[in-house]
Design a protein around this ligand. Structure first.
Ligand code: SAM
Length: 284
């Protein structure tokens, strides 16, 4: 066990600093203060962050930290902390670690006993969720689905009976395909799409997934999809739908029920007469 007292320790810290998701006014005074005061800012894209720093007159040195250099840069950041240097991590937009780089360095640094301090701010998922009109909790933040269509369908199938509200990030290139896959696998659920949050063309499209599919290919910009949770419980899954009637009976016989009890149960589940099941099992 490790307990972090964020503001009562004498070692250097790693700050996870939220940056705007479109509207620069969402940059908090605390975020600016931290970025000014640290020794170095590790940024997903230094060119992008340079512009942000320029706007807020932040002159701190930048280094890159992204998906492709996270192992070597993780060790470098750890060394800086060991030397007593304060480090801030930012991504291109919103919260670091949320569908963005950061998790590995947080885990590495906290394992080594350094404090990891969040500086909250803009986040696309929660901003979309609270204005979606869909029950906000409990929710599952899923992030991006797999780009591969087969893998995406498998992921959606795994979520099919999840009763929690679901939050996805999606690109405009894949939104049509994703909504069609949702309709096929989830059924016609209520969804909300939040587009271009905090920007001039911010838009919320709320409705049944079947209503939104016809306009999906026109959606541009950055998108979040909020999907209402399943109302079906897994017990209502028709697990036997691919079985022949006699196989269905055999299933219960194998579980220890008598033939008669099994026939009765199958008739009830299928909503058919007992003698129909009897005939299928004993005669056909
Ligand atoms: N770390 C970010 C956060 O905290 O929200 C998310 C980064 S992820 C790489 C980028 C995705 O977030 C986009 O493809 C989109 O799905 C969503 N996103 C980011 N900014 C957005 C915005 N202004 N409006 C709608 N969605 C946005």
């Amino acid at each position: 066990m490790k307990i972090q007292k964020s503001f009562k320790q004498d070692k250097a810290s790693l700050y996870l600093v939220a940056t705007p998701i479109g509207n620069l006014s969402d940059m908090s005074p605390r975020a600016i203060e931290v970025l000014k005061s640290v020794d170095i800012i590790a940024a997903e894209d230094t060119r992008h962050t340079k512009k942000l720093c320029h706007y807020f007159e932040i002159e701190t040195a930048l280094t890159s930290y992204h998906e492709h250099n996270k192992d070597s840069k993780g060790n470098y950041i750890l060394q800086l902390l060991m030397q007593g240097k304060e480090v801030a991590l930012v991504s291109d937009a919103g919260l670091p670690c949320i569908s963005d780089p950061g998790y590995e360095i947080v885990s590495q640094v906290s394992d080594e006993g350094y404090a990891v301090i969040p500086i909250p701010g803009a986040n696309a998922a929660l901003s979309a969720l609270i204005a979606s009109g869909i029950v906000p909790q409990p929710f599952i933040f899923y992030g991006f689905l797999n780009r591969d269509k087969k893998k995406k369908k498998k992921e959606l199938t795994d979520l099919r009976y999840q009763g929690f509200t679901l939050i996805f990030y999606e690109s405009p290139h894949r939104i049509s395909d994703t909504l069609n896959a949702m309709l096929e696998i989830f059924g016609d659920r209520r969804i909300a799409i939040a587009r271009e949050l905090t920007k001039q063309y911010e838009e919320f499209i709320r409705g049944q997934v079947s209503e939104i599919i016809p306009i999906a290919s026109d959606l541009r910009g950055e998108l979040v999809i909020i999907v209402e949770g399943s109302k079906d419980s897994p017990e209502e899954v028709i697990w036997w739908e691919h079985l022949e009637m006699e196989q269905h009976v055999e299933h219960y016989v194998a579980q220890g029920l008598t033939t008669n009890e099994s026939i009765k149960k199958v008739a009830k589940e299928r909503g058919v007469a007992k003698n129909e099941v009897y005939r299928a099992y004993h005669i056909d």
